[in-house]
Design a protein around this ligand. Structure first.
Ligand code: ATP
Ligand code: MG
Length: 329
């Protein structure tokens, strides 16, 4: 490995990927590949913190690799790998559970509170412990920067705290990673309920544009998207949160500034803007799906195999150091 900074990020196969995942995370990764040493993981052990149908999980795990590749992540530049191929992730999780993670920290995690809310039974210990597994994912690779959507910022901060505590209690071992979030697109909201983020495992999919939605289905979702009062097309998060979210999608997919979008729709209403946005999304999905469909299962296997070989070297070295510090022989 050279002396470029190291980037690590991942997505869990808990549902089909959507525009939020693409705009908040993956498209940012694509831009980082030329400047950094990048590792992009499919974090399948995170997915089973809530029940997954086994056969569906297997398929989705491979599908995510196809999404990475179709989005422009280049397996020659970046290491694309599967979390379960590197047992060091779960082993380091146990060590961190015992040495650095505190119940009191994990109790504060918003994602845990949200995902366990309204569930009186079947909340797994894994769902509670998820941030420690995520910290292990990051720390194993001496990561400098973690590019994620803003819902994951709290977990990266916790990861830093765990690393600091370990370094303090044993000896300097882990690098402290920084979070990286996009200025725009770090939190794409649901089209049907703009107060909630677009999420792959939420009930009902009217508010979520999936990357594998048929273009005409996506178009209908956009035409039905909730808007705000008034009719002027302008970006204003306080006055027009729903429209601003749609404008962000438009802005990120076309590269047009908010000002230019506003000018293009001057004197027109929300309906015209939505039609324009639907065209933009249809074009994006059509091109994306064409690339996605051209990727074979064989290619996915090959990418994961060589990714695991690269990741293993780094993970092994870190875990060895950690075990040595803790006294595990
Ligand atoms: P789930 O509902 O199962 O938690 P998710 O859609 O939140 O799924 P994750 O696998 O948890 O997806 O997150 C993968 C990456 O996508 C993370 O970096 C996360 O911050 C980012 N992300 C998820 N949803 C959004 C969103 N609506 N806008 C921007 N980024 C997002
Ligand atoms: Mg999530």
């Amino acid at each position: 490995m050279n002396n470029q900074k190291i980037i690590f990020s991942g997505i869990k196969p808990s549902g089909d990927l959507h525009l939020g995942n693409y705009l908040g995370a993956i498209s940012q990764w694509v831009e980082l590949q030329d400047k950094y040493e990048c590792l992009f993981c499919v974090v399948n052990y995170h997915a089973i913190t809530v029940y997954q149908t086994p056969e569906v999980l297997k398929q989705r795990t491979k599908d995510i690799v196809k999404v990475y590749l179709a989005s422009g992540i280049n397996s020659k530049k970046s290491t694309i790998f599967l979390q379960s191929d590197i047992f060091e992730h779960t082993e380091l999780t146990w060590i961190l559970n015992c040495t650095s993670a505190r119940m009191s920290d994990l109790n504060l995690m918003t994602q845990y509170k949200e995902k366990s809310k309204n569930k009186t039974t079947n909340v797994s210990v894994g769902l509670f412990d998820y941030p420690v597994l995520m910290a292990s994912d990051i720390l194993l690779y001496n990561t400098d920067i973690v590019p994620v959507g803003d819902d994951q910022v709290q977990h990266v901060e916790l990861c830093r705290d765990l690393a600091k505590r370990f370094n303090h209690d044993y000896a300097p071992t882990f690098k402290l990673p920084e979070v990286m979030i996009r200025k725009q697109g770090a939190r794409i909201m649901s089209l049907s309920n703009p107060e909630n983020k677009m999420s792959k495992s939420d009930d009902g999919d009217a508010g979520c544009i999936f990357l594998n939605d048929a273009p005409e289905v996506a178009k209908k979702k956009i035409m039905k998207a909730v808007t705000d009062s008034g009719s002027e097309v302008k970006y204003d998060l306080n006055e027009k949160p729903a429209l601003s979210n749609l404008m962000t999608i438009y802005h990120l997919l076309t590269g047009e500034s908010y000002k230019d979008i506003k000018n293009s729709y001057k004197g027109k209403g929300y309906g015209d803007f939505k039609k324009g946005l639907a065209d933009v999304v249809v074009k994006f999905l059509t091109e994306f799906q064409k690339k996605y469909n051209a990727i074979s299962d064989k290619e996915v296997e090959k990418v994961l195999e060589s990714g695991a070989t690269c990741a293993k070297v780094l993970a092994e070295e870190t875990l060895k150091r950690v075990k040595e510090r803790v006294g595990i022989i």
